[in-house]
Design a protein around this ligand. Structure first.
Ligand code: ARG
Ligand code: ZN
Length: 859
């Protein structure tokens, strides 16, 4: 196989030609869709002589320049490129291609999913529709004419406004759409199918009416209302908080079953994975309701941060994704619990992003080198990217940040820009020096922030000494100090917040570390305080500041911030769990007391209590103990769970019974968490009762999960009941598959169960949701079997990757993550995992997606 080549950020050159308008005619057909692309090409480099267009998996039918057909020998087709001699300022170019959407299982470009034609063009899928300047800095006005059979595809949708429609011979019809806003090709979308349509409208702040349309599979309309309501909330919120208004007269959202990611922000025509849009309380959990709201918001917010202002090149992806994740997090936090939203975001960084930074795919939020762009839609670009924006917000304050946003929009509306342009706007608007801060964009890796304290009673001085160090990563050896905003608070022994002075001024709670080391001196401190550091996770770093259980228990009760109280609780649990690996004795009595108090406290938000009592994930713990035996860690984790279940059983049962009558989402969160503990303590009565009396999916699934994790005898009965009820409903069957994959059975039994699941009529290897629900859930959520010493878990995953490599490379590449982090495991495990990776590497048909990850991990 010829080795795929990497592209480098610093090689960016503007395109020598641009395209101002594009007229597409798409004559839909399962295996022979004809695409006619007429573009007005303009030369921007005076001496350019050849226009180079990219294309993939296309059959070229014809090329014409200014209406004159180009003979075959006049243009060249070489390695996915169409080279057209074009030594002039302007030309009208007509390219006709033929494509095969029904056989497009990669789900990139134009494909057919169930009975629906749809597109996914980000990042580089448009080149699978026609030969084009498929790069985000070429912005054109699109007109799209779609033709298809009327009976099978009554709805023909594309970006912008529909301007024409009508009948054609042979039972076909057409519709023409015009998008007035210039856009890059990755934002193009087309959908044709038959749907149920949910309609609503929104009046913008300036009084324009926008038609809202949600297209769902026939019979699914009742599951669309939550998404529609979320969309209206998002539109309102963006006007109120960011002063940004929608700009077209229509906003459409289509739900499709086969989709590689969550959703896509195509201008005026979002395409969603049905999993991320459809929900009713029978079939979806509270967590899924929240996720849908946040994704609907995310795609909507892209209309400004992504569409009106887009990326110059794909290395700048975080320009739109980091910022838009920050915006969707703020949306969820303003509408729901800010603390719980922050906690969920922190868990993603500590559990998944830190691991990415520590593995072979480490990259800065603005990567420097990419083989397959699809591999860079990562937690680093998205979630760490959002943390960088959040730090800017912390440093500038809401007012300064909004001033920066206003300037950014005013300056760059209609342009394709860089991360630097964004930071520059923030700097210019706020006057805050961000020179050092910019390093966050170029440096990968997780800084370790080490803090030591000294108290000087004679002078009433308390000092905190900070030092930062970022360990080398796979992609970058040299690291420099970063600008770290550190939120902190000092508490006295009574739990009161101190108001010390720093350099004669009242301390405002925020310290900026800008060097490798610094000392912060607090005056007027009369007794040794207990510090609460890195409150709200004010910088995405690992904090190294050992505190005793007693100090943490103090913080758990008294820290002025809910996230800090949760963080203290997590610190206690992580430490107790790791203690057993080191043969240390955790202070279990004091810990039990502290968590008992939290459980009894009816003033606290139950959702927050549930978060406090959730043990840190195996992934988070592995980041604290790289190289340890992951199975020993799993055992310690289960042991601590069982201990807490026994010690806190009575309080938990009381909390359960209290929550069970409340009937709202926060109480259900605590109810399910406590039920999982009670099940471990053998309380099968409450589990069965909850399952049988459940009035929504949150309760049903909570009971099912508790029974499976505790291996209660009734679990098989419950599982078959669930399967019988939902067999015909693929989205709900995903939960069933996830339960099967994550049950803590012996390895042999679990693998048999997985094999059976793959033969279930609801399973389909070509549907990414099914694959993630079963195979992904197994690799991420069943560490005991996945990491079984025999290597069966690794081999199972590898077999599935080999199948998916041919079907859907993007899906395969997302699934391989748990295998490529092998260097963090024990030597025996490393050998097993490496053998699997070598087996993949030896294939001559390996996709570029897998090639990039496998080759980097073996390097
Ligand atoms: N831009 C989309 C979103 O964040 C996701 C597109 C993902 N594309 C990909 N090739 N993985 O909303
Ligand atoms: Zn996005």
């Amino acid at each position: 196989m010829s080795q795929p080549t990497a592209r480098h950020r610093l090689d960016y050159r503007p395109s020598p030609y641009v395209i101002d308008t594009l007229n597409l005619t798409v004559e839909l057909d399962d295996h022979a869709t004809l695409v006619t692309a007429v573009s007005s090409v303009r030369r921007t480099e005076a001496d350019a002589t050849e226009l180079v267009l990219v294309g993939e998996a296309l059959e070229l039918v014809s090329v014409a320049v200014d209406g004159i057909p180009l003979p075959g020998e006049a243009c060249r087709l070489e390695q996915g490129q169409l080279v057209i001699p074009l030594a002039r300022e302007r030309a009208e170019l007509t390219v006709v291609t033929r494509i095969d959407p029904a056989n497009n299982t990669a789900l990139e470009g134009l494909y057919k999913s169930e009975g629906t034609f749809c597109t996914q063009c980000e990042a580089e899928g448009f080149r699978r529709i026609t030969y084009y300047l498929d790069r985000p800095d070429v912005l054109a006005r699109y007109t799209t004419r779609i033709e298809a059979d009327r009976a099978a595809y009554p709805y023909l949708l594309a970006n912008g406004n529909q301007v024409e429609s009508g009948e054609l011979p042979d039972g076909r019809h057409f519709a023409t759409w015009v998008d007035p806003f210039p856009k890059p090709s990755y934002l193009f979308a087309l959908v044709a199918g038959d749907f149920d349509l949910l309609e609503d409208s929104f009046t913008t702040a300036s009084g324009r009416d926008v038609a809202l349309q949600l297209f769902v599979d026939k019979g699914q309309k009742h599951r669309g209302h939550h998404a529609m309501a979320s969309l209206k909330r998002a539109m309102k919120w963006d006007e109120e908080r960011f002063n940004l208004e929608y700009d077209l007269d229509i906003y459409m959202v289509v739900a499709v079953d086969f989709f590689n990611m969550g959703a896509m922000e195509n201008k005026g025509l979002n395409v969603f994975n049905s999993k991320c849009v459809l929900a009713d309380s029978d079939s979806a959990t509270d967590a899924e309701f929240d996720r849908i709201e946040s994704i609907i918001g995310h795609e909507y917010f892209h209309n400004w941060t992504g569409n009106r202002i887009t990326c110059r090149d794909w290395f700048q992806l975080s320009l739109k994704e980091g910022l838009t994740v920050f915006r969707d997090q703020e949306f969820s936090s303003d509408l729901g619990s800010r603390a719980v939203n922050r906690i969920e975001a922190v868990k993603v960084i500590r559990g998944i992003q830190f691991a990415e930074d520590a593995g072979p795919m480490a990259h800065p939020i603005r990567p420097d080198k990419v083989i397959e762009m699809n591999n860079f839609y990562t937690v680093t670009v998205y979630d760490k990217g959002a943390e960088i924006i959040r730090m800017l917000h912390t440093l500038l304050g809401e007012q300064g940040f909004q001033k920066g946003m206003t300037l950014y929009v005013a300056r760059h509306d209609g342009q394709a820009v860089t991360c630097d342009d964004f930071v520059q706007a923030m700097e210019d608007a706020s006057g805050v020096d961000l020179a050092l801060f910019r390093r966050w964009y170029s440096q990968s890796g997780t800084p370790v922030l080490t803090v030591t304290e000294t108290f000087d009673p004679a002078n009433c001085q308390y000092r905190l000494h900070f030092s930062q160090h970022t360990p080398a990563t796979a992609d970058q050896a040299e690291k420099l100090p970063l600008h770290l905003p550190i939120r902190l608070e000092l508490l006295d022994q009574q739990g009161r917040t101190l108001a010390p002075r720093v350099k004669g001024r009242p301390f405002d709670g925020l310290f900026s570390l800008t060097d490798a080391e610094a000392t912060l001196v607090f005056d007027g401190v009369t007794a040794k305080p207990i510090p609460s550091l890195l409150q709200e996770f004010s910088a995405p770093v690992k904090l190294n500041f050992p505190q005793s259980d007693q100090e943490r228990i103090h913080l758990m009760s008294y820290a002025g911030n809910a996230v800090a109280r949760w963080d203290a609780a997590q610190g206690i649990l992580a430490d107790a769990l790791l203690a057993s690996l080191d043969d240390r004795q955790p202070a279990m009595d004091a810990i039990t007391d502290a968590f008992g108090r939290v459980l009894r406290d009816t003033e606290l938000d139950p959702a927050l209590v549930a978060q406090m009592l959730t043990l840190p994930s195996v992934a988070t713990l592995m980041e604290l103990r790289s190289g340890c035996d992951v199975l020993a860690l799993c055992r310690a984790r289960r042991q601590l769970q069982a201990d807490l279940a026994v010690r806190l059983g009575r309080v938990m049962a009381e909390a359960y019974d209290r929550c069970a009558t409340a009937g709202d989402a926060p109480h259900r969160a605590l109810m399910n968490l406590v039920l999982a503990y009670l099940a471990l303590d053998g309380d099968s009565g409450r589990v069965t009762a909850q399952f049988q009396k459940a009035i929504n999916m949150t309760e049903t699934l909570g009971a099912l999960r508790a029974a499976n994790q505790a291996l209660l005898p009734q679990r098989t009965q419950m599982m078959s009941q669930f399967e019988a009820r939902w067999r015909q409903d693929p989205l709900v069957m995903d939960k069933y598959f996830t339960q099967l994959a994550t049950t803590p059975l012996a390895a042999d039994d679990l693998l048999t169960q997985l094999a059976e699941a793959m033969n279930h009529s609801a399973f389909d290897i070509s549907n990414p949701n099914r694959v993630r629900a079963l195979v992904g859930a197994f690799a991420d959520g069943n560490p005991e079997v996945f990491h079984h010493p025999s290597g069966v878990g690794y081999r199972f995953l590898t077999e599935q990757l080999e199948r998916l490599n041919a079907i859907n490379p993007q899906c395969a590449a997302r699934l391989i993550t748990p295998l490529i982090g092998f260097k963090h495991h024990t030597p025996e495990r490393q050998a097993q995992m490496r053998a699997c990776l070598e087996r993949l590497m030896a294939r001559d048909d390996l996709s570029t997606d897998l090639y990039e990850k496998v080759s980097k991990s073996l390097a």
